[in-house]
Design a protein around this ligand. Structure first.
Ligand code: GDP
Ligand code: ZN
Length: 290
């Protein structure tokens, strides 16, 4: 299902026959079973009227993943867009977005934006800082088009991607360049429907060459820390990787000042990690460094 419009579900067919998209209602039995249908869901359609491009959704496949904000099923990649300039790069804010993205357990791709605004040296420095966080960032400019091919390659290799990040970093500009159909999408289907396009659209998925899809609405924009401090370490890839081959021998260790903890303290985001734990525990007194 690629879009929700008023009470209709817009479904793109995996094997397009006489139409590519159908406007569907859903079997009431689905609602009775408590099965919600969301954008990104794989659905079965019956009672197809090819002339009117209508159908009825009769079944929903089990979801492989679920993103709450925005509500999209079966997302495989969360792209976190962060501006190199205007607004200037803010490491703590970047980390907060990354922590939120990591909580989805999905593939997280860092996307540095507005490369046209900084020097090649400054870009190289930023990229190496992010590599030290164990990310492999892509860098693009929606203005010059730099890096958009690599971004398209990444998106095409992932079943369904959503873009998130602070406002003003260029997410809409990037989507507009990657999805030309966005700006000219008043199709045959909407004229048949006569309504729906005028109601609030939530999320819509757009197909890329090769069958992969991208959500046209940016994802979550308000980063939250997880509720459980013990979950925090796993949201830092560089710490996760450190813990993977040489697990700390304490099960509930927060890797702060516990004697005997095997995790080293020299990683770049260690101070930020401590700061998050402190915030999560609502402590008024800062931890002693060391
Ligand atoms: P969003 O809030 O993340 O969707 O950001 P927008 O796409 O609305 O862009 C915010 C502002 O940044 C707009 O004024 C854009 O023209 C500008 N902008 C977007 N991408 C670029 C870029 O690659 N280079 C430059 N110099 N400006 C950009
Ligand atoms: Zn430890």
């Amino acid at each position: 299902m690629v879009a929700l419009q008023a009470n209709y579900l817009e479904v793109e067919l995996s094997e397009p026959a006489q139409a590519k998209r159908l406007l569907c209602t859903r079997r009431t039995r689905l609602a009775h079973q408590g099965a919600n249908v969301h954008v990104g869901d794989q659905v079965w359609v019956e009672a197809i009227d090819w002339q009117q491009c209508r159908g009825v959704v009769c079944n929903v496949e089990p979801r492989k993943s679920w993103l709450e904000r925005p509500p999209v099923a079966n997302v495989t990649t969360v792209v976190v867009a962060l501006a190199l300039a205007e607004p200037s790069f803010d490491a703590d804010q970047a980390s907060r977005f990354l922590l939120t993205a990591e909580q989805t357990d999905l593939d997280v791709q860092v996307l540095l934006t507005k490369t046209d605004l900084i020097s090649a040296d400054a870009l190289a420095e930023r990229i190496s800082a992010l590599r030290a966080w164990d990310y492999q960032p892509l860098a693009v400019s929606a203005k010059t088009g730099e890096g958009l091919d690599q971004l398209m390659g990444k998106l095409q290799g992932s079943f369904l991607s959503v873009l998130c990040g602070p406002s003003g970093v260029g997410k809409s500009s990037i989507l507009n360049r990657c999805l030309p159909e966005l700006s000219l999408r008043v199709g045959a289907l909407s004229s048949k429907l006569q309504r729906g396009r005028h109601t609030t659209r939530h999320v819509e998925l757009f197909a890329l060459e090769g069958g992969a899809r991208v959500a046209d609405t940016p994802g979550f924009n308000r980063p939250d820390l997880p509720a459980d401090p013990r979950c925090l370490a796993s949201l830092f890839p560089e710490l996760r990787h450190q813990l993977d081959p040489y697990p700390c021998r304490f099960r509930n260790c927060l890797h702060l000042d516990e004697p005997g903890c095997g995790v080293e303290r020299s990683w770049p985001r260690y101070a930020f990690y401590r700061q998050c734990l402190q915030e999560m525990r609502g402590l008024s007194r800062p931890y002693r460094e060391g």
